[in-house]
Design a binder for this molecule. Structure first.
Ligand SMILES: [Zn+2]
Length: 259
């Protein structure tokens, strides 16, 4: 093995991802070559630092399931080793290159799944903060009306989209008004409903096409429930019970845009 071969495989080797033969050849090269040995030491030190200093997030079960499904898909589509090229060295070099490609694709896919998840988490956190600010600051409502024909045009005039608006008083969820908030750095329609003594803020924006967010969770004592329907993302925040909130946001996503 020469230095070029060794450098090509060094990071895979540091991650314990080389074959036994490759590992053996690299180990022998490292014993003889101070340059490559130093590069290898740098990699190990970097690994140790990342381990010690990078923040860690525990993945929720649905993210884990999505990553595992992606892994299966990548494995299924990875090119199989073709039998029989006689040149042994060419074979393991190209094998290494293909493995490198698959690892890059995988890193990208997993990375974007984690980013989607973080964005969706951040969105839920922002929504709860916004709900708390509006409640404490007593500016829950900028347009007070139970009439969808008043609330909808008021919101539409202030946004670049037109959210579906419907009163659900017959189901125990009267519409009491709306306001404009800023979430994810963009203005967003907020519909305000009542359920018994609870306020429910419903944030409505066009569907982003990102992977489906966490359906239900609790943050700082508030429940956050989400659904998609009528090409919109619906995100409801309230201190009403999780069951009630989830059923309501699903109802909105299925019925709010009906004629
Ligand atoms: Zn070397």
């Amino acid at each position: 093995m020469n230095c070029a071969d060794s450098k090509a495989l060094l990071s895979a080797y540091a991650d314990g991802e080389t074959s036994m033969l490759q590992g053996h050849l690299i180990r022998r090269h490292l014993e003889a070559c101070p340059d490559c040995a130093a590069a290898h030491e740098d990699l190990r030190a970097l690994r140790a630092r990342i381990h010690a200093e990078a923040p860690r997030y525990a993945a929720p079960p649905e993210l884990r399931a999505r990553v595992l499904a992606t892994l299966d898909a990548v494995r299924a589509s990875a090119p199989r080793a073709r039998p029989g090229p006689k040149n042994e060295r060419w074979r393991w070099l190209s094998g290494g290159a293909l493995a490198g490609c698959a690892a890059t694709v995988l890193a990208w896919v997993v990375g974007s799944a984690v980013l989607d998840w973080r964005t969706s988490e951040d969105m839920a956190v922002e929504a709860v903060s916004s709900h708390v600010r509006a409640t404490l600051g007593n500016h829950l409502i900028q347009v007070a009306s139970s009439d969808q024909h008043t609330v909808k045009p008021w919101l539409s005039a202030r946004l670049d989209y037109s959210p579906p608006v419907r009163d659900f008083a017959q189901d125990g969820f009267p519409l009491i008004g709306g306001r404009i908030d800023y979430l994810d750095r963009r203005p967003i329609a907020t519909l305000v409903y009542r359920f018994r003594e609870h306020n429910i803020d419903v944030y409505v924006r066009p569907e982003t096409g990102r992977a489906s967010p966490t359906a239900l969770r609790t943050l700082h004592g508030f429940n956050v429930a989400r659904a998609t329907g009528f090409a919109m993302d619906w995100l409801a925040v309230s201190d009403a019970s999780a069951d009630v909130l989830q059923a309501f946001v699903q109802k909105l996503a299925q019925e709010a845009g009906l004629p």
